[in-house]
Design a protein around this ligand. Structure first.
Ligand code: ADP
Ligand code: MG
Length: 564
């Protein structure tokens, strides 16, 4: 079976596509959430999940939590003198989930879809894949968490361009993403967030009030007391999701400390945190130029959205009620299982493609002329920009800079800095060219990049028609047949949209209209042609498809209005 896994900062969950629906798989304790916690027992055995989380208070030096935050860094976590990488710790959680699922379902896990935050960069994604491999999983693909949430909410059954806003408040992170379907492809249009805001912070705010009310002494030398107060405040905060009041009660050094706390207390204590929820929402909407009214659905994800104060804040922000019919802390795993079903080509699921966005920019180095005509080398020219929907292919034309230049060097970089030396060099191509005056030799350099990290660089020397290619992949162990299939998929993208038959047909139709009409209408058509040519030059498939549809509609209208 192929499973879907939400590898969360606080909790993880595993699910599968079974009998035509996504289904959570319980762990050995019968729970469908497994805390992302690892603890080393005194007999050197490893505890994972609730047993490990419960040792946070008693054995903090032997217990690790929230290691997802360290993914993609070289930081290690030391448990009882043993250093673990964040991948090692994540792998232990994944292995536990896998074993629990195999035991419960009685069949082996043959593949896994693992979710990652939309903002995870390449290093963090690779670390997640590695953790999966360490856990003995065949990682079919990584899926963005908001995409998974949208899949759980049936975004596939919606028509194009009905944006879902996914509001995910977990244990320690807050992520807002806007996801929609365009042309059968699910896209994350924008994502924003605050990676230092989550349920924990609400707990900490409530703990301050509880401590003061119950008169808990502050003993700076006792991290255990702090941890006990925190754990009890967390329990009270969760209880307040279903009741108006709850009792904070703690026994410490043979004394009991008690206080009655209400939802209003929590709301007052958390007011500054509630304010911080607004900015990322606004930023995400601004980034994709959509307004709150344009969201077809507001989806709540993450255990902390169970707090009524959070739900009210969201309702106020959007002027309507958010959707939470799916368990918010299990929606991502369920969505990953929908993707697992798609992967297994379940007959009951429609054909849908998932996309990822490029987490960094890819480009080459160029030289510019300075004000005195001097050559300024080492400038970065991005060809595929960060945020581009993958797979993508983009071409740019370069010309020689000096007379009788013998060759043109293309160094391939990943990064964002204006100077290439601050970016990561991935490879280079050296292209010999015939001696000619500066600017006379033109070369088309095309970058094609897919979701699995395969990059093809194709350079064509226009004067001679000569072509050169460089293929870069980050996965050496890749199966040759799979590589061939991926390369064939990329090859299909290597055409300038300007040359695509449907766009040429639209331009030809517009030219005919130009000939047919006079005056204002003729000028209007000229404007449409110029606009479409500009959009084609961007090579952005989505913008082009939208402009294509809009221009066809305008031409239809003109032709209808034309007196025959
Ligand atoms: P993550 O995505 O960080 O792994 P989750 O989505 O599982 O985390 O959310 C964990 C957070 O949800 C914790 O801070 C927990 O206290 C909070 N939480 C879970 N259930 C409730 C509840 N009923 N009321 C309030 N908070 C809750
Ligand atoms: Mg989560």
């Amino acid at each position: 079976m192929i499973v879907g896994i939400d590898l969360g900062t606080t909790n993880s969950a595993i699910a599968r596509w079974h009998d035509g629906r996504a289904e959570l798989i319980p762990n050995a304790l019968g729970a469908t959430l497994t805390p992302s916690a690892v603890s080393l027992a005194e007999d050197a055995s490893v505890l994972v999940g609730a047993a490990a989380r419960d040792r946070q208070i008693t054995h903090p030096e032997r217990t690790a939590t929230t290691f997802k935050r360290l993914m993609g860094t070289s930081q290690k976590v030391t448990l009882d003198g043993v250093a673990f990488t964040p991948e090692d710790l994540s792998a232990l959680v994944l292995r536990q989930l896998r074993e629990d699922a195999e035991r419960h379902c009685g069949e082996p896990v043959t593949g896994a879809i693992i979710t990652v935050p939309a903002y995870f960069n390449d290093r963090q994604r690779k670390a997640t894949r590695r953790a999966g491999q360490l856990a003995g999983l065949h990682v079919e693909r990584l899926v963005n968490e908001p995409t998974a949430a949208a899949l759980a909410y049936g975004i596939v059954d919606r028509s194009d361009r009905e944006p879902f806003l996914v509001f995910d408040l977990g244990g320690g992170t807050f992520d807002v993403s806007i996801v929609d379907v365009f042309d059968g492809i699910i896209e994350v249009r924008a994502s924003a967030g605050d990676n230092r805001l989550g349920g924990e912070d609400f707990t900490a705010a409530l703990a301050v009030v509880a401590r003061a009310r119950a008169g808990v002494p502050s003993d700076p030398a006792s991290p255990r007391l702090d941890e006990a107060v925190r754990a009890e405040a967390e329990r009270v905060r969760i209880a307040l999701s279903d009741a108006d009041s709850a009792t904070f009660s703690l026994v410490w050094a043979d004394r009991r400390y008690e206080a009655e706390l209400t939802g209003a207390d929590l709301e007052a204590a958390a007011a500054p945190l509630l304010d911080r929820l607004r900015e990322p929402v606004l930023r995400a909407m601004r980034d994709c130029r959509l307004r709150a009214e344009e969201m077809s659905e507001i989806v709540l994800v993450g255990g902390a959205t169970r707090m009524p104060i959070v739900r009210r804040a969201v309702t106020r922000m959007f002027g309507r009620f958010p959707s939470h019919v799916i368990d918010p802390d299990r929606a991502i795993a369920l969505g990953a299982a929908v993707q697992a079903g798609l992967k297994a080509r379940a007959a009951d699921l429609a054909e849908i493609r998932l996309t990822d966005i490029c987490p960094f920019s890819l480009g080459t180095d160029v030289a510019d002329r300075g004000p005195q005509g001097q050559i300024l080398a080492g400038r970065f020219k991005p060809l595929i920009e960060r945020g581009t929907v993958l797979p993508a292919s983009r071409v740019h034309r370069f010309v020689t800079m000096t007379p009788n230049q013998a060759k043109v060097e293309f160094d391939i970089y990943q990064g964002e800095a204006r100077r290439v030396d601050a970016n990561v060099l991935l490879g280079s191509l050296s292209i010999p060219v015939p001696p000619r005056p500066a600017g006379e030799i033109a070369l088309d350099c095309r970058f094609s990049y897919d979701v699995s990290g395969l990059l093809e660089v194709d350079v064509t020397v226009l004067t001679t028609g000569e072509t050169h290619q460089l293929v870069l992949t980050d996965d050496e162990s890749i199966d040759p047949a799979e590589l061939a299939a991926r390369r064939a998929a990329l090859a299909a993208l290597k055409m300038h949209p300007r040359d695509e038959a449907r766009h040429r047909a639209l331009l030809a139709r517009a030219e005919r209209c130009f000939e047919l009409f006079l005056g204002n209408q003729r000028e209007f058509v000229a404007g449409l042609i110029a606009h479409f040519e500009t959009v084609l030059a961007t090579q952005e498939p989505r913008e082009i498809a939208e402009a294509h549809a809009a221009i066809s509609a305008r031409l239809d209208q003109l032709e209808r209005e034309r007196p025959s």
